[in-house]
Design a protein around this ligand. Sequence first.
Ligand SMILES: Nc1nc2c(ncn2[C@@H]2O[C@H](COP(=O)(O)OP(=O)(O)OP(=O)(O)O)[C@@H](O)[C@H]2O)c(=O)[nH]1
Ligand SMILES: [Mg+2]
Length: 235
Amino acid sequence: MRDERASTPRVRIAVIGSSRVGKSALIVRYLTRRYIGEYHSNTDLLYRQTVPINGTPVELEVIDVSGSNSDKFPAEQIQWADACLLVYAVTDRSSFEYATEILSALKRAPRGGSPAHGVAGASAGMPLALLGNKTDLDHLRQVSTKEGQAVSAAHGASFSEASVADNSGDLYRCVDRLLAEVRTPQRTRKFSVTKMLGSLIGGAANNSQASRSGSVVACPRVPAPSRPPLAAAAP
Ligand SMILES: Nc1nc2c(ncn2[C@@H]2O[C@H](COP(=O)(O)OP(=O)(O)OP(=O)(O)O)[C@@H](O)[C@H]2O)c(=O)[nH]1
Ligand SMILES: [Mg+2]
């Protein structure tokens, strides 16, 4: 019998940004179409879900890199990923500066080399997207659209602004475009553990309108010696 799991391509996305910019809200919104207002986690979380990309089912893995550790460069997560989504809040200039800093480090990373912060060249040619969130709070805006456009253009990243709270279509287009840019998806296992997502977000997923199933697991940032980084993502 044909193993469908083995033939499902896989795409891995790292979502990176300062604390409170809306990364978790964005991922949950993208995957479930629901908005989770408060979503506390001090550790990275890994989401898995099968989604259609250009009509083909793809096993999407998204790591939600906890912003509470943003003093540490997320080198392991970037090495793990096929593409990165850098998120900042348009209401928070320091979050824009952090996203810019990450983009600059990625740009410096030579292919196969060992650049600053130890990205180890994994990011060379990697699809990148910069997203300014919280446009619904325009009266509190600290970062202009032009600034976001300029930084993304300078670093070879696509650029979008969106409001996860308002469910703006731009957030879906931003993620869809990034997924489509990933050229070399690999095979992975397929999971269907909707209840794990449901328990994490207070059961909201259980009665959601989302038709797509998925799972979420915590990723310890400091693995035990016998357990490699992001072991939770391994098949
Ligand atoms: N007004 C507004 N608030 C938002 C938006 N997106 C997220 N938030 C709120 O911003 C706060 C932080 O959102 P999170 O998704 O927890 O942010 P995070 O980036 O995951 O934060 P860490 O997990 O600490 O790294 C929450 O109170 C959200 O409800 C948005 O588009 N507009
Ligand atoms: Mg979060």
